[in-house]
Design a protein around this ligand. Structure first.
Ligand SMILES: Nc1ncnc2c1ncn2[C@@H]1O[C@H](COP(=O)(O)OP(=O)(O)OP(=O)(O)O)[C@@H](O)[C@H]1O
Ligand SMILES: [Mg+2]
Length: 359
């Protein structure tokens, strides 16, 4: 599967721009601030219906305009697939596949598998657990629509439960039956989420370890550990024990929304004990494992978006990466870099077919 053409209207710094892409390698080159990352993000948009970098839709609209359109034409097994994402200020985002609008975003997820590697991935290591949950959720959802549905159900019940806790506090009242409605919903959807995350990490960890070993030449032992309150205590007990605290804080403190993924190097957190280089290697290995996993699950090579890749890897590693993706025909890859020659040299070595796009 690959992206053939892309049209951007009022998307961030692009007022009206069209691109024709190579089925294999596309390099976006130009100085800082010309919009290289924005092009990659627009492709991410076509896959996930949202930005990788900025979740606030209207901030992705060009400052001079009140709407944006991202129009992508893909070729999937020789069949054309058009995906259009459009956002108008103060209106709901619309995503269309071949001219027909989706009722729900989740119907679209998985159609266009995309993996992005960007300097912003650093957040996975340095920031809070929500980044790591998002990482797990993003991968599992691509191949498991039931999971995505359970997540949406869970999040809805969670925010309703929190609203109810606030209501109890504001009105100095309590109603167990009302609370139980949301508890039950969180138990049933949360159980699916917990089970699937557990299964996922079990399958994903060996893939990740292999990637890390390949990149680092087997230098050090790494591991991923799924953390969840549900491992220690049963749902009902967990909620019951924490009820008083929930009432005081007016917030649900227990459940899969507190899950985490601990990232370890020699049994220590990579955030505290990993060197800069080890952290970069860790992130690349995580992303490549994501690529392998999705490729396996969906039997399609994802489109790979490499933003500022030389930030993380030297030229030799970048060349290895490109060779890997383009090896047997299917994979398409987008690379952004400020140095045209550097990128072209690396790319030339692995493929006859490539496209340099000067921005
Ligand atoms: N809503 C918006 N409207 C207009 N311009 C925007 C908007 N959002 C971002 N920009 C502009 O987009 C540009 C940044 O684009 P981008 O991050 O893609 O650059 P880049 O080429 O990747 O740069 P670098 O090499 O520094 O990574 C900035 O000039 C910024 O002002
Ligand atoms: Mg950039």
């Amino acid at each position: 599967m690959y992206l053939k053409t892309l049209a951007l209207i009022n998307y961030k710094n692009f007022e009206n721009q069209k691109f024709d892409f190579d089925p294999k390698i596309n390099c976006l080159v130009g100085e800082n601030g010309v919009g290289k990352t924005n092009v990659l993000d627009s492709i991410y948009h076509l896959a996930y219906g949202k930005s990788y970098f900025n979740p606030i839709n209207k901030q992705n609209i060009n400052h001079q305009a009140d709407f944006f359109v991202i129009d992508g034409m893909f070729s999937k097994g020789e069949k054309p697939e058009q995906v259009v994402v459009s956002v108008k200020k103060n209106q709901k985002k619309i995503i269309k596949r071949n001219g027909k609008a989706y009722d729900r975003l989740r119907e679209h997820i998985g159609l266009i598998p995309v993996v992005i590697i960007s300097p912003a991935d650093r957040d996975l290591i340095t920031e809070g657990s929500s980044n790591r949950r998002k990482f797990m959720d993003g991968i599992i959802s691509q191949s498991n629509p039931d999971y995505l549905q359970a997540l949406l159900r869970y999040n809805k019940a969670l925010s309703q439960r929190n609203a109810l806790l606030k209501y109890f506090a504001a009105n100095q009242t309590f109603n167990r039956d009302n609370l139980e409605i949301y508890n039950a919903e969180m138990f049933s959807s949360g159980a699916i989420i917990h089970r699937e995350r557990k299964e996922f990490i079990k399958a994903f960890t060996p893939i990740f370890k292999k990637r890390y070993a390949d990149i680092s030449n087997d230098k050090e032992e790494v591991n991923l550990v799924y953390k969840s309150q549900l491992f220690d205590t049963e749902w009902k007990v967990l909620f019951e024990e924490n009820l008083q605290k929930d009432m005081i804080l007016q917030y649900s403190g227990k459940g899969v929304h507190r899950d985490d993924l601990s990232l370890k190097i020699k049994d220590f957190p990579v955030k505290k004990y990993g060197s800069q280089g080890q952290q970069k290697t860790f992130l690349i290995a995580l992303k490549l494992a994501q690529y392998d996993f999705i490729k396996e699950e969906l039997s399609t090579k994802p489109i790979l978006l490499l933003d500022d890749i030389f930030d993380k890897l030297d030229e030799k590693r970048v060349a290895q990466l490109i060779a890997l993706v383009t090896k047997d025909d299917l994979g398409q890859i987008f690379i952004s870099d400020t140095h045209k020659e550097r990128t072209e040299n690396v790319v030339k070595a692995s493929s006859d077919s490539y496209n340099m796009i000067n921005l």
